[in-house]
Design a protein around this ligand. Structure first.
Ligand code: ADP
Ligand code: MG
Length: 401
């Protein structure tokens, strides 16, 4: 069943109201407190503009910033974020130094119509991460309706992402949240076939649940990254000094026998004596990894084979880089996947990228606009792929039809 979104709100539910919106303004900043990447702030604007266009009187924004420990810490104040926000919108923006409480509530009721108020960092309050019910009730007093547009925080049951939705209705999804749920949800619930998933990254341990959840759904699961080495070890291959999780080898072997030919491993590897020895990188067959070298990327034959599978697919979901893409020349496998996905998109396939590092890789390669959807939620998109219910989503109102 779907969740209500801001598009489902009746005029009576929005007009003249204070909309409490949980956004993700957890943006990177330099040591002088300047915002270095405002993508997340810009991404929230369509939802905020839509609410104001529909007659919402005041927008009250809640967000966390960083990981302050045990109370207020000026290094994590949202004040500079509010100043930056004011430069990317024509609306009136005000920072409120209190997150909740009488002064905060008063700010929401007395602000000039059309104002956007950014309340101080939710994580300055110890009850936030504990999902304290009293705090959730205090947050609920800041608005007349609740909108969650922070998909990246939806896998956490915090007061501002989950608890508050129990005390303030309507509680609906914002446009960003809705887009994430639709693309990720539809791809998994009713994929056009062939459905190919690609998994990579450093560790198999964080992705076991994803493999388990995806295997029954996909037509093929392509595995790259250091993860592949744990499978190689399970097959009895030499993996040299590659990153192998020894305590997961047994499980990798079991997965392989269970998955049969759905699980596709690299045929070859790009190896080198060390990460800093990129000049000595060379491709070898997967059964010829030298004992003193490590696999840092998938090899050219694998790039070709994976690209063929991707180009032939109608739904492609990708999580986890194929190699140490941060350090050329070990970025080639990751680039090959991203380029094949871009071609698949152009040919009409639905292509989805999830995962913080994978999304960063696609961005760095300037290919993000050539994917159907690049998820903004690293951990949240992974949990979604695992088939888990995201608490921040579950707490929102169900669509009645
Ligand atoms: P995501 O954030 O997209 O979910 P992960 O966090 O699981 O991806 O993995 C990304 C990391 O995996 C990157 O930092 C990358 O350098 C690393 N990685 C990929 N392949 C290898 C490899 N062969 N050896 C060591 N690290 C690898
Ligand atoms: Mg990561």
């Amino acid at each position: 069943m779907g969740k209500r979104t801001i598009n489902d709100l009746t005029d009576a539910e929005v007009r003249g109201k204070r909309a409490l919106v949980r956004v993700d303004f957890n943006v990177p900043m330099d040591d002088r407190g300047a915002v270095t990447d405002d993508t997340r702030m810009r991404a929230a604007l369509p939802t905020l503009d839509a609410l104001l266009a529909r007659g919402a009187r005041t927008i009250v924004l809640l967000s966390h910033l960083g990981r302050p420990k045990g109370g207020p810490d000026p290094r994590y104040s949202l004040a500079p974020v509010a100043r930056h926000f004011a430069t990317i919108t024509t609306r009136l923006v005000r920072f409120v130094a209190r997150t909740v409480g009488p002064e905060a509530v008063q700010a929401t009721t007395t602000a000039a119509p059309g104002t956007m108020l950014l309340m101080e960092n939710t994580r300055f309050l110890t009850g936030e991460e504990k999902n304290d019910d009293a705090l959730a009730r205090q947050m609920a007093e800041l608005g007349d309706l609740y909108v969650n547009d922070a998909f990246g925080s939806a896998h956490r049951a915090h007061a501002s992402t989950e608890g508050v939705a129990h005390h303030l209705h309507p509680a609906v999804a914002g446009l960003l949240m809705d887009t994430e749920l639709r693309f990720l949800g539809d791809a998994l619930a009713d994929p056009r076939r062939p459905f190919v998933a690609i998994l990579g990254g450093a560790k198999i341990s964080g992705k076991i649940d994803v493999i388990d959840a995806l295997l029954p759904k996909v037509d093929a699961l392509l595995v790259g990254g250091a993860m592949a080495c744990t499978f190689f070890r399970g097959m009895g291959l030499e993996t040299g000094t590659s990153l192998v999780e020894r305590d997961r080898v047994e499980m990798a072997t079991q997965l392989l026998s269970r998955a049969k030919d759905k699980l596709v491993l690299p045929n070859d590897a790009v190896v080198a004596p060390s990460l800093d020895a990129g000049a000595q990188a060379h491709a070898v067959s997967r059964d010829a990894i030298p004992a003193a070298e490590a696999m840092f990327d998938v090899g050219p034959d694998t790039c070709e084979a994976f690209a063929q599978r991707i180009i032939g697919a109608r739904t492609v979901v990708w999580n986890g880089p194929m190699g140490v893409f941060e350090k050329p020349p070990f970025d080639r496998g990751t680039r090959a996947i991203a380029e094949a996905m871009a071609r698949a998109t152009a040919a009409g396939a639905t292509t989805i990228v999830g995962g913080g590092d994978s999304a960063a890789a696609v961005d760095a390669m300037h290919l993000a606009s050539r994917m159907t959807h690049v998820s903004t939620g690293g951990g949240a998109s992974l949990e979604f792929l695992e088939g888990k219910v995201l608490p921040g989503v579950a707490a929102l109102d169900d669509r009645s039809n």
